[in-house]
Design a protein around this ligand. Structure first.
Ligand SMILES: [Zn+2]
Length: 322
């Protein structure tokens, strides 16, 4: 053996941490080949790795801080909830003292419920904060409307509630489907789910408005006006979602939009049983009577040509790639 065990033992920590020179490294390895005792010492030192200890310490620290932040959020939420109780109690006493029993008190209560759903709920729920807060605020908004409708003896509750639900769904459903656990459950079907819910809520809203206005012929008019627009929205969503190439989907969307602008007035009218003339192009006449037809033709021609060019470009670039 070229070096004594004592010298090699001094080098083993440096060798284990891979910080010794190439010369020391080969000396240690040469010694290991002949000396089982030093090799055993090295194996032992290697297995006494401190990485797992550090990792578990780090995880413990993170868990501790998470718990602290959660507890602090809960405390702040509880304090705000207690502050909310002050106006509720004051209103309760005043409403009772006025001698007419509880009346507008419930409006105050429902309004504060709505405020609490956006301030206190996010602080106090441990998981799925955004999803639960959005659901809570939508529910408390509906409750507030219900209470006001009951208090004022009105019959508009279902109409207003369905409109509020549809409007909030348009804005918030895209956020809701990106919240866990809904995101995982829907996987690749998020846009389909959002459109399906929006369509169902729209139909419910249309029915509720119809029941409220009680206008003869309302159903047919509503259906004739809504159907083309809902179809356009679905068509554009399906193309944007499922056509792969960017140029192709832009081209197809442009062509569909151009055709829609050109024909929607005739489509709605024919669904309603009226027969109106198709738009006419009069390029040298921009008077009031001709301008509508001219604009529709310009839109149609512009969308068809730009859309067509994009589709041709897409086809060519695909061919070249092949
Ligand atoms: Zn040795």
């Amino acid at each position: 053996m070229k070096y004594s065990c004592e010298i090699i033992k001094d080098l083993i920590p440096l060798y284990t941490d891979e910080v010794c020179s190439a010369e020391s490294r080969s000396a240690v390895e040469a010694h290991f080949a002949e000396c089982p005792s030093c090799r055993g010492l090295y194996e032992k030192m290697k297995s006494d790795d401190i990485t797992p200890v550090l990792e578990s310490d780090a995880a413990e620290a993170v868990a501790y801080h998470e718990k602290r932040v959660r507890r602090r959020g809960f405390t702040v939420g509880a304090v705000i909830a207690a502050i909310f109780m002050i106006p509720i109690l004051v209103c309760l006493i005043v409403d009772l003292a006025s001698g007419s029993g509880l009346s507008w008190f419930f409006i105050v209560l429902a309004s504060l419920l709505l405020a609490a759903s956006v301030i206190i709920v996010p602080l106090m729920v441990p998981k799925h904060k955004l999803l639960i807060s959005l659901t809570a605020s939508a529910a408390s908004l509906i409750i507030l409307l219900g209470v006001i409708a009951l208090y004022s003896g009105s019959d508009w509750f279902f109409m207003v509630a369905s409109c509020v639900l549809f409007g909030s769904a348009l804005v918030f459903l895209p956020i809701v489907v990106n919240c866990e656990p809904i995101k995982t459950a829907l996987r690749g079907r998020k846009s389909l789910a959002v459109f399906f819910c929006d369509t169902v809520l729209f139909c419910i809203m249309a029915v509720c408005i119809g029941l409220y206005v009680e206008h003869p012929g309302y159903g047919a008019t509503m259906a004739a006006i809504s159907a083309p627009f809902i179809s356009l929205a679905w068509a554009l969503m399906l193309i944007i979602r499922y056509v792969r190439s960017g140029a192709a989907k832009t081209g197809i969307c442009l062509i569909i939009s151009g055709a829609f602008i050109f024909s929607v007035n005739n489509a709605v009218n024919s669904l309603l049983g009226y027969d109106i003339p198709w738009p006419v192009l009069r390029p040298f006449d921009w008077s009031y009577a001709a301008i509508d037809g001219n604009i529709k033709w310009v839109c149609l021609l512009a969308c068809l040509s730009v859309g067509g060019i994009l589709i041709v470009i897409n086809a060519f670039s695909k061919g070249r790639k092949k």
